[in-house]
Design a protein. Structure first.
Length: 351
């Protein structure tokens, strides 16, 4: 009797695994295709074999896009209640932008009626933020390829995100299919700090960051063009709220600036391996910030933040749309998808 029971249990397990494998194969072949932005992290796990671990932009969910149940979960500061949220099923509603990248619109515990979406589970939730996994965070490959992929991310293609193709089912199950590198990468170089004052020497505090250089790299094997508008208007600052809800914001975030039509010299063609450098003076009024906890206070320079680590931002390269540069020389070479840098702060820290 025990032998028969063991055989039956084993057979059931095989059937379940076969069903899951068949389901994923069906989704891979016939599911809706989406492209998600990510970057590779940690190429090898000795318990699971060689793979590239993927960290998607949609894994990190700020409170501002949470709806229904998740909207309440991110308000709790009780640790035990936060722990109870782990593994709760959630649904990420997505919208595909004009560049073909799927972006997070909202997160809910209610399944969307239409539109592309992914089903996930809560990894953790805290006040103002949530991390979600979707079952597509590991790209398996042989060890040598996994190591080469990580090496490329850290060196040859530093600052270039991966565009990962995922197939989704009608119930939101995602199956990872393939990836390709974004042709452009973005890196930052901080301005050389001035000599430290006696007080800074005593306390070990670094001089505040006053400027940086944005590097746009062409990592492809063909010419790619970027658009560098006058006044650095191809760039903007975004608050880094990955580890919590930031209460600092770029003062020009919602300011409407009417720019003249781009000229031909705004389009810069980069040969394979070339880099275009743009310097940003963070002391200029255009790059000042505000404290959202003090809405009546005027904007101020990043350098005036008392705790420099608390005001963290990313630089985003956001070129004008194709319609704005139509007819200009080399317009067809412009890559219009936006790029975000690593996060930095006034204390010269970078993530």
């Amino acid at each position: 009797m025990k032998v028969r029971l063991a055989i039956a249990v084993a057979a059931l397990q095989v059937c379940v695994l076969a069903f899951m494998a068949g389901q994923r194969e069906w989704i891979s072949r016939f599911g809706e295709q989406l492209v998600l932005r990510t970057a590779p992290v940690d190429p090898n796990d000795p318990m699971r074999g060689a793979y590239v671990r993927l960290n998607y932009e949609i894994n990190w969910v700020p409170a501002s896009v949470c709806k229904d149940g998740p909207a309440a979960w991110v308000k709790s500061s009780d640790y035990r209640e936060q722990q109870r949220m782990r593994d709760r099923v959630v649904y990420a509603a997505l919208r595909v932008d004009e560049y073909g990248i799927a972006n997070l619109v909202s997160l809910s515990d209610q399944r969307p009626d239409d539109g592309p979406f992914l089903r996930g589970r809560v990894e953790w939730a805290n006040t103002g933020h949530m991390q979600v996994r979707y079952g597509i965070e590991a790209l398996f490959m042989d060890k040598a390829t996994a190591l080469a992929t990580e090496r490329a991310a850290l060196t040859e293609k530093q600052g270039a995100p991966m565009n990962v193709r995922v197939a989704t089912s009608g119930s939101g199950i995602g199956v990872l299919k393939s990836f390709e590198w974004e042709p452009l990468g973005i890196t930052l170089e901080f301005d050389r700090p001035p000599p430290r004052t006696a007080e800074q020497e005593r306390t070990g505090i670094q001089p505040a960051l006053t400027g940086l250089t944005v590097n746009l790299h062409n990592y492809s094997d063909a010419d790619v063009a970027v658009v560098d508008l006058p006044g650095r208007h191809s760039f903007r600052m975004l608050p880094n709220d990955r580890w919590g809800q930031s209460h600092y914001a770029w003062a020009w975030k919602d300011r409407v600036v009417k720019l003249p039509a781009p000229r031909a010299d705004a389009i810069v063609v980069l040969e394979p391996g070339a880099v275009h450098k743009v310097h940003i003076d963070l002391t200029e009024e255009r790059w000042w910030i505000i404290d959202t906890n003090k809405p009546n206070d005027p904007p101020f320079p990043l350098q005036q933040v008392q705790d420099g680590w608390s005001a963290s931002f990313r630089i985003e390269y956001a070129p004008p749309g194709a319609e704005m540069i139509a007819g200009l020389p080399n317009a067809e070479l412009v890559r219009h998808a936006r790029l975000r840098s690593r996060a930095f702060n006034a204390a010269r820290g970078i993530d």
